[in-house]
Design a protein around this ligand. Structure first.
Ligand code: SF4
Length: 391
């Protein structure tokens, strides 16, 4: 397969923990600049270690050029431009990035100003993924977000002035107390700003979060399923009417602006993860770096890669993940490409599941591709789970 691998870098710090969040991110109190600098120094040591690993795995003349770099978190915009510049310089030196690489930085609207945005463009960041979440200050406060709607309006204007031509908004739907009209208002205000890319995620309550605790105590309730389905259906129609292509279950893009880095995940291609809590996938092996900061620092200090868990996927495991991830894309999975990649047809591996979902109208076949139907999109988890975990 023609691999065009990507790089993910995890910055596991936030100014404060949002109430619904269970990502690997540590809230930082006063004196946080020392913690961040120390982490960056460790990260800068991990990169050449990963390069040496790559040389051993692929040979020193390995042909891989990386086509995307995604700096996520956490809140990567908590780093200064100078720090992000140092990070990118070492990455470029050790893990060659293509000239046209998509370089994304996740940013929280309240943590970045006009000067920093100009600086980011100058060092080569060409895409910003903004954690907008809502265009309603009441919902933002209820989510525990630190920014407000004015911060979003300001950062979008300043990012455009700094030269950013590729902005992505993360939005959340299905929030406690949110009805269809409230979601419509948020989406309409987002579209008015014409971001090139919009991700719409349904809130899920994770047990080990403030929301998880409030949910168990009955302090918050989620909208009923019918309301969420109406939100999702309306979203698809509204965004299509405004020129956005629905290309992945939760993602929409103006023509030419699909998230190239995220496509690597959905197409089950290779990527290297750097930093505490980052995951990697390379040649059928999936591994995670430790998310514990102390352990991360201790391992890097003795020039050891900070890996903690690993899974080696056999061909069937890789095929199952390719289906589970690929069916998230609205174009689905090509029957011919699947066979060329795994040497077997998907029907030979999952005859009953595929025929069953086709008969129920959850999957459909179109021009040599198997994909979720519109009904299947609403019940996606039920379909996707069938392709992993069984042998
Ligand atoms: S900003 Fe993002 S990563 Fe940080 S706590 Fe909030 S949701 Fe989690």
């Amino acid at each position: 397969m023609n691999e065009r691998p990507g790089i993910y870098v995890h910055i596991p710090f936030c100014q404060r923990k949002c109430y619904y969040c269970d990502f690997v991110s540590y809230p930082l109190d006063k004196g946080y600049s020392d913690v961040i600098e120390r982490y960056l120094v460790a990260l800068l040591r991990e990169i050449p270690l990963r390069r040496s690993w790559l040389n051993k795995t692929q040979g020193a003349s390995n042909p891989y050029v990386f086509h995307s770099l995604y700096i996520g978190g956490g809140t990567p915009s908590i780093l200064s431009v100078e720090q992000i510049g140092r990070l990118m310089e070492v990455i470029r030196r050790c893990l060659p990035l293509s000239e046209e690489a998509e370089i994304t930085l996740e940013a929280n609207p309240g943590t970045i100003d006009a000067g920093e945005l100009r600086g980011l463009r100058q060092i080569g960041v060409n895409r910003l993924s903004l954690g907008v979440q809502s265009f309603d200050d009441v919902f933002l406060a209820r989510l525990g977000r630190l920014h407000n709607v004015n911060d979003v309006l300001r950062v979008v204007e300043e990012a455009r002035m700094a030269g950013f031509r590729d902005l992505s908004f993360d939005l959340m739907l299905g929030l406690p107390g949110q009805d269809l009209a409230a979601w419509q208002e948020t989406l309409a205000r987002a579209v008015k700003l014409r971001p090139e890319h919009i991700s719409c995620y349904e809130l899920t309550i994770e047990p080990d979060t403030v929301y998880g605790q409030w949910y168990r105590q009955g302090k918050i309730t989620l909208p009923i399923e019918d309301t969420v389905i109406s939100m999702l259906e309306w979203t698809g129609q509204y965004l299509a009417d405004h020129g956005y292509e629905h290309y992945e279950i939760s993602n929409y893009a103006l023509p030419g602006y699909k998230a190239r880095h995220n496509l690597i995940y959905w197409q089950n291609r290779w990527y290297l993860g750097l930093g505490a809590g980052a995951y990697s996938y390379w040649q059928g092996r999936r591994w995670g770096n430790t998310y514990q900061l102390k352990k991360y620092h201790d391992l890097i200090a003795i020039d050891e890669l900070p890996e903690e868990e690993e899974e080696i996927l056999d061909l069937r495991g890789q095929a199952g993940e390719t289906m589970m991830l690929g069916l998230r894309l609205l174009e689905g999975v090509s029957l011919a490409e699947f066979r060329a990649r795994f040497g077997i047809s998907m029907w030979e591996l999952w005859p009953e599941d595929i025929d069953g979902f086709l008969a129920q109208g959850l999957l459909e076949l179109d021009r040599g591709r198997l994909r979720l139907s519109s009904r299947g999109l609403l019940l996606a988890n039920q379909v996707l789970c069938a392709f992993v975990g069984s042998s």
